[in-house]
Design a binder for this molecule. Structure first.
Ligand code: GLC
Ligand code: CA
Length: 558
């Protein structure tokens, strides 16, 4: 196998609003990212994925774009962006952008025109329907609570929005929409970017007739999500995008594909390259949801190792030699992994963060590290609704606590502390000074209160920190071809071990054994190793034969 550059790469995700403020308005910005490039370089990654930096109405953290060819003035301007690209490229770092084209902002001029009249040239850029018996055209709920339709009195029709009402869905059936999007992507190519992460890209093709979605008993709305995921024309649209745009550049492209199955992923991320390089699947992020369908992701369950291993192992084996995996524990939509799958207590935070890192980075695929993950940042705590920033959580609170009275305020805030997207979005703590070196004024969002212990300066001054462990793993990935091209196998008998995840990677000349104790227990396990096997990664300073201490991880090479 001749590896592509993006198969050997490691990606670091930057959430610009929370990374580094350079002009002391409390908001992270592009000059701030430029200042911190040496830090990102020191970690050893190859690519930076920027969450949206476009002009936005900022209802959903920049995922509501009002001008696809302008930079959010809070972050800087196009000259700053070009400086970021040039500086990064000089340091041998690539930059990929977020592409958000399932929907635009309702402030985008396309939508402003579209809503003016039924005959406006932009009318069909969006999805408009007549009311049905005075109600919404179907039973779909929005991912951000409430119905997926909003009535507009100017023309007496509803428009579709799978997310917030300020995020109307674009109509991909309209060839003009597709051409507008492809032109815009080619324009960004001229600005020198190295690829795109594509927001909810699996949902472009809506089902003919927009029928009601299945409704679980007790659920508030029908599930439109299952009908729009991997829709009828989805792959046609992406193949067209590939021809018109992607095939012209040596890019990294990754689709955010909620609802993707193995069969679908094999199409999106086929090694022949007719669509995208790889996709994010979310099954492992859905193992710890609430059994009450009305609460969905709002839960405090912990995923069992068995469920997690079954899922990750399935994706490793099913895509091998057919398509390409992306590997992630965290992003701007997920709680912090050390709090979620590890143990964020003082005693075990560093050990368990390292164990989880080794579990993931030993696998086949392209890993994504979300800012702060590399220093073992934890979830934050919500004591009152005032502290909740994110639109998803705020809307859920209004619906579930105030309107439907399904759950108490305390309980939902407790779930937010476990699962809210705000956990990922607290500003990056650079040091223990006031405002954590992120800004010199009040930051746009409250810092994680533990920033005086968990910060970059502390991590860099401690050779046993999570940071240096990630650095070692990234170096290992770059040095060992078996990481890119080796097969993946569970160690014999490991498939039903409730406490330990142990797998091997093998190519013709190299072999790796990755062992991870997922628990706080001291365990006895014996693994056969050839005499020439060398221990190359570990999170305790010495090993004890046949013993696994709490959250211990080891990687052997031969
Ligand atoms: C994706 C983004 C998320 C956003 C949503 C709507 O899931 O990652 O942050 O809210 O799409 O654009
Ligand atoms: Ca700023």
């Amino acid at each position: 196998m001749q590896a592509k550059w993006w198969q050997k790469a490691v990606v670091y995700q930057v959430y610009p609003r929370s990374f580094q403020d350079s002009n002391n308005d409390g908001i992270g910005d592009l000059q701030g990212i430029i200042q911190r490039l040496p830090y990102i370089k020191k970690l050893g990654v190859d690519v930076i994925w920027l969450n949206p930096v476009y002009k936005t109405s900022n209802v959903d953290g920049g995922y509501d774009i009002s001008d696809y060819q302008a930079i959010n003035p809070d972050f800087g301007n196009l000259a700053d962006f070009q400086q970021l690209i040039t500086t990064a490229h000089k340091m041998d770092l690539k930059i990929i952008m977020d592409l958000v084209v399932n929907h635009s902002s309702s402030e985008h001029h396309w939508f402003q025109e579209s809503k003016k009249s039924k005959s406006n040239p932009y009318r069909d850029y969006y999805i408009w329907r007549d009311p049905v018996e005075g109600h919404e055209p179907n039973n779909w709920g929005s991912f951000f609570s409430g119905p997926a339709w909003t009535f507009d009195s100017t023309t007496g029709q509803y428009y579709l929005h799978l997310f917030a009402k300020e995020q109307p869905d674009l109509n991909w059936e309209n060839p003009q929409v597709r051409t507008s999007v492809f032109d815009m992507m080619n324009w960004w190519a001229l600005q020198g970017i190295d690829g795109f992460r594509m927001d909810v890209i699996s949902m472009l093709s809506k089902p003919a007739g927009l029928p009601d979605g299945p409704k679980e008993s007790g659920a508030l709305y029908g599930d439109g999500g299952s009908l729009v995921a991997n829709g009828k024309h989805e792959h046609e649209y992406l193949r067209e995008m590939n021809q018109e745009v992607l095939s012209k550049y040596n890019w990294l492209t990754v689709g955010e594909t909620a609802g993707v199955t193995i069969e679908e992923a094999q199409k999106y991320a086929d090694l022949n390259g007719s669509e995208l390089n790889m996709v994010f699947q979310f099954e492992h992020m859905g193992l710890d949801g609430n059994s009450d369908p009305r609460l969905g992701k709002w839960s405090d369950q912990k995923a069992s190792l068995t469920a997690l291993r079954n899922n990750l192992a399935k994706w490793q084996t099913a895509l091998a030699n057919k398509a390409w995996n992306s590997l992630f524990w965290n992003n701007h939509d997920q709680p912090r992994v050390v709090s979620r799958f590890g143990n964020d207590s003082q005693k075990y935070r560093v050990l368990s963060a390292k164990m989880l890192a080794a579990m993931l980075h030993g696998m086949q695929g392209t890993p994504y590290i979300y800012q702060g993950e590399e220093i073992g940042m934890t979830n934050t705590n919500f004591h009152s609704f005032d502290q909740v920033v994110d639109v998803e959580a705020r809307n859920a609170y209004h619906e579930l606590v105030e309107k439907e009275k399904i759950v108490s305020s305390e309980k939902l805030l407790h779930y937010f502390s476990q699962r809210s997207r705000d956990n990922a979005r607290t500003p990056m703590p650079w040091n223990d000074s006031a405002n954590a070196g992120f800004t010199s004024v009040q930051p746009w969002m409250t810092l994680n209160p533990n920033y005086s212990q968990i910060n970059v300066a502390a991590a860099l001054s401690d050779k046993n920190s999570v940071f240096y462990f990630y650095q070692e793993l990234i170096k290992m990935r770059h040095d060992l071809p078996v990481i890119t091209d080796g097969d993946f196998k569970l160690v014999a008998g490991n498939d039903d071990d409730p406490d330990v995840f142990a797998y091997t990677r093998n190519n013709a000349d190299q072999h790796l054994l990755v062992i991870c104790n997922y628990t706080q227990k001291q365990l006895t396990r014996h693994y056969e190793l050839p005499t020439q096997a060398k221990l190359i990664i570990q999170n305790y300073s010495e090993t004890v034969a046949d013993q696994l201490r709490p959250y211990e991880t080891k990687i052997y090479l031969w």
